[in-house]
Structures are given as structure tokens and as C-alpha cells.
Design a protein. Structure first.
Length: 121
């Protein structure tokens, strides 16, 4: 399998990203590049060892709380003031690793759109 085909597929938006990553994994195995093979494998299946590359870590504190519904009073998508959070919780929220594989990450926008509640409108 020529390297140029993997490169062309990687930049071509017509083929799913999984396809060139799988080909890259095979190529890396064929040439004995264990590090590249492991990277392609993790991008496809997810990072399960806790080591997530920096480009897969989101930084920020823009989030909403929607956990109150006692039958009488309901809160949906309300900005949460960070002054109520402990320093440990803030640190956990500041950096969120995206350790899932590419197939899972591709479905996130659709899942998020479906989960957005319009009850408060």
C-alpha cells in the first residue's frame, strides 16, 4: 500500500478518517514503527491508559448545570458560578481529556444536538 494513498485519504474529506488511520496502522506495523502504530491504534480505539495527547485536551470553564428537578422547581442549562466549586473540582473541570476513539468523537455533535433541552423556551 503506497504511503501517498494514506496521505491523500487523510486530507480527502470524502473518505471517513478511520480508513486512512487503519491503513496507517498497517503501514506502521509493516515498517516496524511501533510508536506510530500505537498512535493510530489509540486514535481509532481510544486512549485507555490515561495518556492523552495535548491536542485531545479541552481547556476552559464554560459549562452549565442542569441537575435540579424536584417536581416543583426545574433548572435547565444554567451557568454555574465557579466560586461555589472547590479548587480540586475546578482543576478537574479546567482540563477535559477526549480519550474516546475517532468513531465515537464523530458522533458527539449529533448526540449533543439531540440532548439539548428546549423545555425552558
Amino acid at each position: 500500500m503506497p504511503k501517498s494513498k494514506v496521505i491523500t485519504e487523510a486530507v480527502d474529506s470524502v473518505v471517513p478518517l478511520e480508513q486512512p488511520l487503519r491503513r496507517l496502522e498497517v503501514l506502521a506495523h509493516d515498517v516496524g514503527n511501533d510508536e506510530l502504530e500505537r498512535w493510530a491504534e489509540c486514535e481509532l480505539a481510544g486512549y485507555t491508559d490515561g495518556e492523552v495527547p495535548s491536542y485531545r485536551v479541552s481547556k476552559g470553564l464554560n459549562f452549565s448545570y442542569s441537575g435540579i428537578n424536584n417536581g416543583t422547581f426545574k433548572v435547565n442549562s444554567v451557568p454555574l458560578q465557579i466560586c461555589f466549586l472547590s479548587e480540586e473540582t475546578l482543576n478537574d473541570l479546567k482540563e477535559v481529556p477526549f480519550d474516546e476513539g475517532i468513531p465515537s468523537l464523530k458522533d458527539w455533535p449529533k448526540a449533543i444536538r439531540q440532548s439539548i433541552s428546549t423545555d425552558h423556551i
